[in-house]
Design a protein around this ligand. Sequence first.
Ligand SMILES: O=C(O)CCC(=O)C(=O)O
Ligand SMILES: [Fe+2]
Length: 315
Amino acid sequence: MTVKLEIPVIDLAGSDGAEREKVCKEVVRAAEEWGFFQVINHGVDESLMKKALDVYTEFFHSPLEEKMKVVIPEDSIEGWKHPKLTQTSDYLQHVSSAYSAEYVANSWIPATPRYTKNWPPSPSCLRPTMIDFVNAGTGLHEKLLRMMAEGIGLESDAFVKYFADPRVSIRANFYPLKTDGSFVGSLDPHSDISGTTLLTDFVDGLEVKKDETWVRVHPLPSGFVVNVGDLVEILSNGRFKSVLHRGCPNESKERLSVACFYMPNDNAVLAPLKELLVDGQQTKYKAVRFDEYFESFLANGNNLKGRIQTLKVED
Ligand SMILES: O=C(O)CCC(=O)C(=O)O
Ligand SMILES: [Fe+2]
């Protein structure tokens, strides 16, 4: 008999009351064993999640001239990119070689001119929707990081304190339904550069590496798919896993995924938490400043787990 593997589903309904300790342990187990899980009853309004998918669906279906207004400029990674219809700048070359689906990526927090200038102007409800969405998403990221810390016996803010003045980015990936001869990209295997990532996605297509197999995720309509990013792997000294995953088109439906990345500010220095280096535990990662880690991502791309390997301390 083959056992069908599924990423864990965690109900957060009791997580602010008497059940908190139990739910924290479930989050910890999922972050250790899978690096991926789904959460339900997470407190983010389901209609806001649906609206976020709707505004991006409208964006991807808008005429080329509309999308070209926010095409990724030469010196940036923020904006819209289509692997066949847009140029790839030198700056983006390494990153985009591993990424071949049509996408739009923007940082929404902080809302400084560096980022706001390439926010899609249409549809007109995209900006207000996404501002609400990233604020709600930020609350959930913080909550999950607190639960991970509490679940391993640390102070609740042991992880979140590294994310003061965070950068919160959205990457919407579009996988149209393949009709004969038409181009449909996919997102090559990668780990995320974030602390944590929340994925909103109602159609199957995400696949997660578990040991040596690719496991397909079946997203629950009102749930978020959560994954541990490289930065939480580093902070937890490898206890929580930032695992490879890939985005595939669906065989019978158009598919859209909206990833919300929770990242620290540029100056944050990430290293395994001192509280975890007890009882002979050695540090497994070198300290790195977030802007430098991000630059290494731009310079080397997402070549599987290559990026985080550069920080590994030899045994
Ligand atoms: O589209 C997907 O299923 C994966 C999205 C993803 O992993 C990302 O945007 O980082
Ligand atoms: Fe990802």
